[in-house]
Design a binder for this molecule. Sequence first.
Ligand code: FAD
Length: 360
Amino acid sequence: MTASNVLDVIVIGAGQAALTTAYFLRRTSMSYLLLDEQSGPGGAWLHAWESLRLFSPAAWSSIAGWPMPAPAEPGNPTRDDVIDYLRHYEDRYRFPVQRPVHVDAISRLGDLWRVRAGNRQWLARAVISATGTWGKPFVPDWQGRADFRGQQVHSAHYHDPAPFAGKRVMVVGGGNSGAQILAEVSQVSETRWIAQEPPAFLPDDVDGRVLFERATERWKAQQEGRSIDEPVGGFGDIVMVPPVREARERGVLVAERPFVRFTETGVEWADGRREDLDAVIWCTGFRPALDHLGELGIIEADGKVQVEETRVVKQPNLWLVGYGDWTGMASATLIGVTRTARSTVDQVAQALGATPQQRP
Ligand code: FAD
């Protein structure tokens, strides 16, 4: 193993959270490097399903510095628009990104961090982890799940409805992924939609912007020590994008409460009724992808890490960016991550005694 020169900062990941962080690092005197396991730019968006459209217009889906260009087609940006945007963003600022590099672990070496990937290693004074959640799809531990002989796929690995044509499919999960996947799968197959709680639908004339406005209002109130009348709902509320509205018109957007258990061929309901199924699509969310921090003993039972803002409490000079509200309000969204990335870089500069960001 050879150690290269010591860097000030290593950022793990090169998705939107890492790139936004790099945007602010670039404006300081600190040396930095991004390590990302993907083969090209785009982070988790590379794996999103083909028809995915953002729930907000381009102007509300931009990261720091350079706004997302308006998409060629009318409507909100597609998955490919986001990938293009992140690719151009990375080129525009010439960020130092190495790919594909899967970071296995980080550990302390005196005052430094040692970042290991296979037989390679890097040394840095600070580490910012921005590895997102895509690598950790979450599936609830449902009774009998292992016995079910049909197909099971998580939304993390769902691409398009074609493989489900003519089948009996159950979509589990009452959020935006569940609603959007149900909307397209139900066009080619017989579907059931399962949600723990009745899904919360936003009004038709409201898009994802309202979710950001709510998050911003909550954040401002928190900063000012005010309490606010908490708006009903949160980021999980379903945005009525055109395919979801169309599914409602076809009468398929009806969520049922969960079944009791899986059988070998399907599910069993509370009244003892059994139903055969060919496939289950799990739209049940993600957990933070933090395996590379496993050796540090800082991951709590819920899969999160104790942080103050974004700084890890139990280890020196380690920050987490972009994982969700627990690492910064709305930080797991394009428009929301800027505030968190900026303040994280300010903290890192201060901790390392580096020249802080030059404000424009
Ligand atoms: P990622 O994009 O996952 O980037 C992390 C990078 O780190 C990846 O390239 C990953 O491969 C890499 N990595 C992970 N582990 C390692 C490791 N050990 N070593 C090296 N590299 C590693 N947000 C919006 O703003 N608007 C929307 O409309 C919207 N719609 C969404 C729809 C869906 C279905 C989903 C799932 C999310 C949506 N989001 C939306 C949320 C959000 O923008 C994404 O989840 C976003 O991709 C998170 O960015 P990130 O940079 O934190 O993580």
